[in-house]
Design a protein around this ligand. Structure first.
Ligand code: ZN
Length: 185
């Protein structure tokens, strides 16, 4: 059974697991189910491209889920590996970065969500780092996508590189907040 620390983690997991036809998205109906005395979040829908039924079930952890965009508490994810999180951070940061460049500073608030999401994804990678280790152990990366990211540049999984990545993303967020503060601030 898949174990999710939060709704946002469950959704990201589903986003990362495309239909066999390749389509990533599907309209998700959500319900809570009880299976063997355990509360389970079930997402079901139909693939918009090929019509196959898509279905995912997640057991939710007992810890209180964090507010989005944070994916979970101090404990590392059990369903998304560190390579996938770094990949997500890259994708979203690149996309958001391009949009930010084309948005006047005072109007960047609309782009804040993407920046915060990318930051949250990279912060997840750090949770896989064992205490005292300099790099995320390769064996923790189990997905094909994650391994691709790792083999392209293993040094990005070093503690120093991750902290630098996080610091850079925090500076971008601070820039957004500075030039385009939330309404009422
Ligand atoms: Zn499909």
């Amino acid at each position: 059974m898949l174990i999710a620390r939060s709704t946002q983690e469950a959704h990201l997991y589903m986003d990362l697991h495309a239909c066999v036809c390749g389509a990533e998205d599907f309209e998700r109906e959500h319900r809570l189910d009880e299976r063997d005395g355990v509360l389970v979040a079930v997402y079901e829908g139909v693939c918009p491209r090929c019509g196959r039924a898509r279905s995912f079930a997640f057991r939710l952890t007992d810890e209180l889920p964090p507010a989005p965009p944070v994916f979970g508490g101090a404990e590392a994810s059990r369903i998304i590996d560190p390579g996938e999180f770094l990949w997500v951070g890259d994708q979203v940061a690149t996309d958001t970065g391009l949009r930010l460049l084309h948005t006047p500073p005072a109007e960047r608030r609309d782009r804040r969500e993407g920046s915060a999401f990318a930051l949250a994804a990279v912060e997840e990678v750090l949770k896989f780092l064992p205490e005292g280790a300099d790099r995320v152990p390769e064996e923790l990366i189990t997905s094909e996508r994650g391994r691709e990211v790792f083999h392209k540049n293993p040094r990005r999984f070093e503690r120093a590189a991750l902290l630098e990545n996080i610091a850079r993303k925090r500076r971008i967020l601070e820039g957004v907040d500075h030039f385009s503060p939330p309404p009422g601030a």
